[in-house]
Design a protein around this ligand. Structure first.
Ligand SMILES: Nc1nc2c(ncn2[C@@H]2O[C@H](COP(=O)(O)OP(=O)(O)OP(=O)(O)O)[C@@H](O)[C@H]2O)c(=O)[nH]1
Ligand SMILES: [Mg+2]
Length: 381
């Protein structure tokens, strides 16, 4: 058990459950907007026993950099219970003036690329440079498998013990949209607690890359040698999203191959539209295991931040990200409301059948359903 888990354990509260990879009872895997349905799970005993903290407790604790309170505040924003949502939003509102002053870095790559090893080496290096580092995760698989990419804290043992670092396993959020909100809000809490570098790890599958691109300043792809195969395949999409490609495991016999891959990637990148205006995405090599090339990558990121802050691209992106996040949440909310509506539930199966059998055009069926829904809402007001 590492330091953070011990602290959470001592706290004996919400924080304690997460470190063990178990779900709090009230985190029932609903999407973020399901509070709206006013489904209110009964309070679990563990929470009743301890005096509930006030908004001021959380705010003061987080601002003071108290790790136990930070962990509990994160558990609060991760909760799907309606009363926790209200409290969490009050806490976030108070902390708003203290968020945003970090560099947010996303790390993606196929399983086994060395993301955890890289974050361990990179995070430790940054701590040595005087930074405070928070490590979060967006895990598209956790809702399916019950696992967590940061469940394997053993691979980040050194960093987990570092008092300047804070590692948080991925939230059990159900739909990716829910995970998205939770990770964004966790990021805000970590910033308010004084962490000036936020590292977000994600496995490069499905939609998670887009989600992470939408919440970070700098996005890094960890790749392996054998670039040729990847270049042929669908990896092109991800290459257009990232600000750097780092070929990991450039050590031992693999060193030469890594250099060759770097060259190949660079040639290919030359023809792609860069992910960030005014910044040429390039390939680099490193050995996360030996810690080689890690300092160089930090230099690349520092140059990126300087360049994009000067050009205004850095702040533009942050503003756009806020707006996109807002729109994504509205969509999620409206969609949940729509499909939970009794009229929609009643009419949908028959309309689906008529579309499948070809007796009604899709557009007509959709209009009929939406009109019925809107009439229903009209009736309620
Ligand atoms: N030789 C060498 N091995 C490495 C390097 N980085 C990681 N590895 C090894 O590669 C394996 C996978 O590393 P992880 O850091 O767990 O990879 P990951 O991308 O986090 O994997 P998932 O969490 O499963 O997605 C481990 O056995 C590491 O020891 C490196 O720079 N050089
Ligand atoms: Mg990992």
């Amino acid at each position: 058990m590492n330091g953070e888990e011990k602290q959470q354990e001592r706290a004996g509260g919400e924080g304690a459950v997460d470190g063990q990879g178990k779900r709090p009872e009230w985190a029932d895997g609903e999407s973020a907007s399901s509070y709206v349905q006013a489904k209110r799970p009964s309070a679990p005993k563990r929470l009743v026993k301890r005096k509930e903290r006030s908004v001021a407790d959380y705010v003061q604790g987080v601002l003071a950099g108290d790790r136990t309170l930070l962990a509990q505040a994160i558990t609060l924003v991760e909760s799907n219970a309606a009363r926790h949502l209200e409290l969490a939003q009050q806490v976030l509102n108070e902390l708003l003036p203290h968020v945003g002053r970090s560099i947010r870095i996303g790390v993606t790559g196929v399983p086994g690329a060395g993301k955890s090893t890289f974050i361990e080496a990179f995070g430790t290096f940054l701590c040595e440079q005087g930074h405070r580092v928070a490590v979060l995760a967006v895990d598209p698989t956790s809702s399916l498998t019950g696992g967590s990419i940061l469940g394997d804290k053993t691979r980040m043992e050194t960093l987990a013990r570092n008092p300047r670092a804070f590692i948080r396993p991925s939230p059990s959020g159900g739909a990716l949209g829910g995970v998205h909100r939770k990770t964004r809000e966790t990021m805000m809490l970590c910033e308010a607690a004084g962490y000036d570098i936020i590292l977000v790890e994600t496995v490069g599958v499905g939609q998670s890359e887009f989600v992470v691109r939408g919440m970070v300043d700098f996005f890094l792809l960890l790749a392996l040698t054998g670039a040729g195969d990847e270049l042929q395949g669908m990896k092109r999409g991800i290459m257009e999203l990232v600000d750097a490609i780092v070929i990991n495991k450039a050590d031992g016999d693999n060193k030469e191959k890594a250099r060759a891959a770097q060259k190949e990637y660079n040639q290919f990148l030359h023809y792609l539209r860069p992910a960030t205006p005014g910044w040429q995405t390039k390939a680099y090599t490193c050995s996360a295991l030996l810690g080689e090339g890690i300092a160089d990558i930090w230099q690349v990121i520092e140059t990126f931040v300087k360049t994009t802050k000067q050009s205004g691209v850095f702040d533009d992106r942050r503003r756009q990200q806020q707006k996109d996040w807002m729109h994504a949440m509205i969509k999620e909310y409206v969609e949940t409301r729509f499909f939970a509506d009794p009229i929609v539930k009643e009419k949908l199966p028959a309309l689906e059948n008529s579309v499948i059998s070809g007796s009604k055009p899709v557009t007509a069926a959709v209009r009929e359903l939406i009109e019925a829904y809107e009439r229903g809402i009209g009736g309620q007001i």
